[in-house]
Write a protein that binds this ligand. Structure first.
Ligand code: EPZ
Length: 434
């Protein structure tokens, strides 16, 4: 029986203290997309020219990626939301384990290192709280492009045989539309000799953003955003200036913040077609949305339950499953939420239940009965999007909630409490020293 941890010790962890019941107003600002910026940064490895990235969110993972790239010899400079990168004297092809271990996205280095240098040695990204997160599809794709790949002692070692050390274009069919695998293969194939195709490719906006930037660097990628991507290999790439797309998951989280607090709020900037499945579910559960060029205004109605099934893009995004479930706990009637992408992404359910939510969990399906009011409680955010869901629930709950797990939350949201407070929320960050 684990030693009981006293409430004070629980509350001593860094946490957000949220006074529920306040409506939000005006506007919630969206930063650049974390899941685009991270992979765009690794593309700097593909060229000796300077890469200037704008609208980069200020997140712990971004600094983590900057440190990893610097360890490979990339010149990296950051100032607020701009990052300058230049890989004109790469001296390493093996990021150090201690840097890689904390950042799954570091595995994105393997494709560009292989494409640029012909060899790479990258620690296998571990699983995480939401699932095993295998990289089998990444490795299959690199092998198809002619690389020799072996996995031993937790390290993936890849090299291109032959004197040219240049990958060869290939036709690749993914077993599952993996976002990371599509991006790894894309970055490896742009410098390969000949043409490659990726079938059953991931269609997420972040894949499209990567392809768009690679083309701005001189690559020849066609079809990104659809199920078949064609890449015509080129000899070399040059640098470019590029601005990261707005974070659709942060935008969706903020739209849900407006809905759960029954507030009229504008969320901007956002690219509406990046969120169609979510916008449809917000309408289905009783919200009205006014869409303009740069943003979306949500007007809450009398909210009722809807069913959610997470799918690859353009389906409902798994990253908004937990935040949307928080909303459904306060909507009238029954909702069925099914997680189809990850094997263990229901850790927010127990915490929402502590706040008075009525949820029955059967495997990866949650049956939610809306309740008139959540009640504040100390709760734990056990993964990035679960933590976000609990912040949203805290905004609506009666009383003062404490949400810990800020180490997760700060990986995906740039200053979430400052943005919400600027719109009328009452959130205090407690970061006990020592
Ligand atoms: C990206 O992860 C995102 N992360 C995730 O965001 C997001 O949830 C996911 O795409 C799906 O949209 C980044 O972009 C940094 P996948 P990725 O490969 O690339 C299985 C967040 O909260 N799979 O599409 O790792 C895998 O097990 C994070 O911001 C295989 O089976 O996602 C999972 O069940 C979480 N074999 C599913 O595919 C493989 O070789 C989706 O994984 C690869 C993946």
């Amino acid at each position: 029986m684990p030693a009981a941890v006293s409430i004070t010790q629980e509350i001593l962890k860094p946490h957000l203290e949220i006074q529920g019941g306040h409506t939000l107003s005006r506007e919630l600002k969206v930063s650049g997309a974390k899941n685009s910026a991270l992979v765009l940064m690794t593309s700097a490895l593909l060229s000796e020219g300077p890469l200037e990235l704008h609208n980069v969110p200020q997140l712990t993972d971004i600094q983590g990626m900057a440190d990893i790239l610097a360890s490979l010899g990339v010149h990296v400079k950051r100032s607020q939301e701009t990052v300058w990168l230049q890989a004109d004297d790469l001296h390493h092809a093996e990021p150090p384990y201690d840097l890689v271990n904390g950042l799954r996205a570091s595995f994105f280095c393997i494709g560009p290192l292989l494409g640029r240098l012909g060899h790479a040695k990258v620690p296998l990204p571990g699983g995480c709280r939401i699932g095993a997160r295998p990289v089998v599809e990444h490795i299959r794709g690199l092998k198809a492009l002619g690389a020799m790949v072996k996995v031993e002692h937790g390290v993936v070692t890849a090299s291109v045989p032959g004197t040219s050390r240049r990958l060869k274009g290939a036709a690749i069919v993914l077993d599952c539309p993996s976002v990371g695998a599509t991006e790894t293969i894309l970055m490896a194939a742009v410098l390969a000799e000949g043409t490659s195709t990726i079938e059953n490719a991931a269609q997420e906006p972040e894949v499209q953003d990567l392809a768009k930037m690679l083309n701005a660097m001189g690559a020849r990628v066609i079809g990104a955003g659809g199920p078949i991507i064609t890449i015509e290999g080129v000899e070399r790439l040059h640098g470019c200036n590029y601005s990261v797309i707005p974070d659709r998951i942060e935008a969706g989280t903020f739209l849900i913040a407006a809905a759960i607090t029954r507030s009229i709020v504008r969320v901007s900037p956002v690219i509406p077609e990046h969120l169609n499945a979510v916008l449809q579910k917000l309408r289905d559960c009783g919200c009205t949305l006014e869409i303009d060029k740069q943003g979306i205004t949500l007007i809450p109605g009398d909210l009722h339950g809807v069913d959610i099934i997470t799918q690859p893009f353009p389906g409902f995004p798994t990253d908004l499953q937990a935040p949307f479930m928080a909303l459904l706990t306060t909507a009238k009637g029954t909702s069925v939420v099914t997680e189809k992408i990850y094997e263990n992404r229901m850790q927010h359910v127990a915490e929402l239940q502590r706040m008075g939510a009525s949820i029955r969990l059967q495997g990866n399906t949650a049956v939610v009965e809306g309740v008139p009011q959540l009640s504040a409680a100390p709760v734990s955010g056990n993964d990035l999007r679960a933590a976000a869901a609990l912040v949203l629930a805290g905004l609506a709950a009666r009383g003062i909630s404490q949400v810990d797990g800020l180490n997760h939350l700060d990986r995906g949201y740039d200053g979430i409490e400052s943005k919400l407070n600027a719109s009328g929320a009452h959130i205090l960050r407690h970061q006990p020293s020592g």
